[in-house]
Design a protein around this ligand. Structure first.
Ligand SMILES: Cc1cc2nc3c(=O)[nH]c(=O)nc-3n(C[C@H](O)[C@H](O)[C@H](O)COP(=O)(O)O)c2cc1C
Length: 497
């Protein structure tokens, strides 16, 4: 396939950050623990607004939120409670782990994150929400509070709609680069995809529609937010009942961003791919993504199952498995079909969907023989590519991580990057990863709702995966691995007070 300039740029970063047996052994990287970036951002000196503690959990079954129609909004609910629920069930702290040997304690959140480093920050603009001051806020997950960074009407500058609530997800690439170096930008994008779905599904559980926008002028949004080391990646417009509001007096507090590390190490490849996927205000809107041309595979997926576990409980109990139990425990073919139905349901985003498809390493699924399969979302079918035990391959390709073999099923999510570039230019690199992260997030929640667990896997030998899947150059690039099964017990998890 001939490469144009945009595709070349996008591939240059992707190629340069591939893992291979040789690349992992070529450079030794030891983690500088003393310089580990602080996982919580605060804007010091801003007025803070408490969000009500322990907000009521959304009780609709999580699978209904993933696969069915949303419940109606609660007309009696105050804005403070609504915002508290939105953040509590999408990105707040939900667990603590204790490393007994060192006494080190750290927190985990509702949204997962590569290395638990949490590069994503959540800002929001509110306008006309009853009993809530119009303004620009930053969510502080460490205390479940909102920092008021400015009063007035900021929504119009951040959205193209009249949405009374707009979240802007930014990323702090250094947080991930500290550990993952140049490859970290991929993880920032995947994390943003998870965070987007975490917010969108919580909004849905509260009866609101969430529309994501990836296509905006980067500099203008960054300037509006008054951020420097945070890069805006996604704007999420949330449709919530509101009254027209003139916005009141605009007063800027801003606040001082806390310093995250003593020293910041530069990663020029990350700066370059981020800059080359940035847009100016004058750029035309994106093309809408047509679905991938369908190929009908021979194995029809059964209809999804139902499960009663409530959304609120599901999202707060979600945890990544350290490893899976292996052994004889299986999931059913219908449960696997439910994961796929949830993961590949259309998204509400200006960049569409259909850039990513799943390949499956089926280890222990009742009613489906072990083997390597390709999923075709438009026709809802699977195609068997290689029969037989895939455990060794799944683990070996996932950088030797056992959890990819001990799961019931492991996925390679493969993105059509030339198509992403043809539709969206270099910006398409972001969108392919957002989509993969979003699919992974829905897999996490669907599995948890059905009583088993998952783990996102960002580390894999890229070109070995392509060779094993039989992908010729230009046919697709693996962007994410994901495993689901029955988690082993994690003794570090502490009960939440
Ligand atoms: C994009 C992404 C990549 C990840 N890659 C790996 C991985 O390669 N291996 C692994 O064991 N866990 C991986 N994880 C799981 C994280 O370690 C986990 O989300 C984090 O420790 C927080 O734990 P929690 O998901 O229970 O909140 C990944 C998670 C994400 C979102």
């Amino acid at each position: 396939m001939p490469l144009n300039r945009e595709t070349e740029r996008l591939f240059a970063y992707h190629e340069a950050t591939k893992h291979s047996y040789a690349s992992l052994r070529a450079v030794r990287h030891t983690l500088d623990w003393a310089n580990m970036p602080e996982p919580f951002r605060h804007y010091e000196g801003t007025p803070v607004v408490d969000l009500p503690a322990d907000p009521p959990p959304p009780l609709t079954p999580a699978l209904d939120i993933l696969l069915g129609a949303p419940p109606p909004p609660d007309p009696e609910e105050s804005t403070a409670v609504f915002l508290s629920r939105l953040f509590f069930y999408s990105c707040s702290i939900s667990a603590t782990k204790l490393v007994r040997s060192t006494g080190y304690r750290y927190s985990l959140r509702v949204n997962p994150s590569s290395g638990n480093l949490h590069p994503t920050e959540f800002h929001f603009a509110a306008r006309g929400l009853a009993g809530w001051k119009d303004g620009l806020y930053h969510y502080r997950p460490s205390a479940h509070m909102a920092e008021l960074r400015a009063t007035g009407n900021w929504n119009e500058r951040l959205t193209r709609s009249s949405a009374p609530l707009a979240l802007v997800l930014t990323t702090i690439a250094w947080r991930e680069a500290w550990k993952y170096r140049s490859r970290a930008y991929r993880y920032c994008l995947l994390d943003a995809g998870h965070a987007w779905q975490s917010v969108a599904l919580a909004a849905r559980a509260l009866g609101c529609r969430a529309q994501a926008r990836g296509h905006f002028a980067d500099q203008q949004v960054a300037e509006t937010l008054g951020v420097s080391d945070e890069w805006p990646l996604l704007v999420i417009e949330i449709d919530h009942p509101a009254s027209p509001s003139p916005g009141g007096r605009a007063e800027w507090f801003g606040g001082r961003p806390n310093r995250l590390s003593e020293e910041l190490v530069e990663y020029p490849l990350i700066d370059a791919i981020h800059a080359s996927s940035a847009l100016d205000a004058e750029d035309p809107p994106v093309h809408s993504a047509a679905p991938v041309p369908g190929r009908t595979g021979p194995i029809a997926l059964p209809p999804p199952v139902s499960a009663s576990r409530a959304f609120g409980e599901t999202v707060r109990q979600r945890r990544s498995a350290l490893d899976f139990q292996g052994g004889d425990r299986t999931i059913t073919f219908a449960q696997l079909a439910t994961l796929l139905a949830a993961g590949f349901r259309p998204f509400h985003a200006d960049f569409g969907e259909g850039l990513v498809r799943a390949y499956l390493y089926v280890h222990r699924v009742d009613g489906l023989e072990p083997g390597l399969y390709r999923h075709d979302a438009p026709s809802g079918t699977l195609e068997l590519l290689r029969p037989g035990d895939q455990r060794l391959w799944a683990a070996a390709l996932s950088l030797g991580q056992d959890l990819a073999a001990n799961s019931c099923v492991t996925f390679s999510l493969v993105a059509d990057l030339p198509r992403a570039a043809a539709l969206h230019g270099t910006r398409g690199y972001r969108y392919a990863h957002f989509e993969a992260g979003a699919i992974g997030h829905r897999f996490y929640l669907a599995a948890e709702a059905m009583g088993f667990q998952s783990t996102g896997i960002g580390a894999f030998y890229d070109d070995d995966v392509h060779a094993y899947l039989g992908l010729r150059p230009g046919e697709g690039q693996v962007v994410y691995h994901f495993a689901s099964g029955y988690a082993v017990r994690d003794d570090r998890l502490q009960p939440q007070e």
